[in-house]
Write a protein that binds this ligand. Sequence first.
Ligand code: 9D3
Length: 248
Amino acid sequence: MRFDVITLFPELFTPFLSVGITRRAFESGQVDVQCTNPRDFATGNYRRVDDRPFGGGPGMVMMAQPLELSLAHIRSQRTDAAPVVLFSPIGKRLDHAAVQRWSNSSGAILVCGRYEGIDQRFIDTQVDEQISLGDFVLSGGEVPAIALLDAVARLQPGVLSDSDSHHMDSFNPSLDGLLDCPHYTRPEEWAGVGVPDVLLSGHHGQIERWRRDQRLKLTAQHRPDLLEIARAAGLLSRQDEAVLQAQG
Ligand code: 9D3
């Protein structure tokens, strides 16, 4: 799988690609990430990649031509018809379903905007899809691109030490769309606070029931929207409903 990234700040990606559980996936090329800098395709003495907006207004706009030349350079290296994804505040919010689709794909060409935005003619003619990280303002698309690459890389086979541990993630359908349960590790008492007895009991059935109850309660408390989706999908048992009923 190959992701090309068009970015004015390729140096942001380098440290991210070389740390943590995803490092091997990136360094082995299992998830091949190649950055292209539009600055390298800018012309003139000043190698401009941005200019003032027609019609006036604050900020600068990324010029279409350096982006188009970056894209042509990438297309000459790729044999597939990879989709062009623009990270943009007006895009569709990234979620687990989209991450799963990308992790089963042959990759994409990710365009990171800076400044106030990029020339609309490049978007209209070259961009297939726009993705946002959420309803807050960032200074560019690099952090969203890194978020997508990280989420995709950790879903690759062999990336997680326990190759099944992502089946336990919140937002994974196999967890019935509920949030994850609390976790505890040594010591058994920390800052005067113990660990729930059941986790020390060795009763695996009781531990699994406790964890399910915790997930149900946490989801009801923090993300009632997800609980409703799980209920509508028929993922809650009568025992689950009884637990939720009992806690009110
Ligand atoms: C006043 C208009 N601004 C939109 C809210 C202009 C603007 C601000 C910041 C345009 C682009 C940006 C830079 N942001 C991104 O490129 C971006 C982003 C984001 O800001 N929030 C959430 N997801 C994303 S994906 C790319």
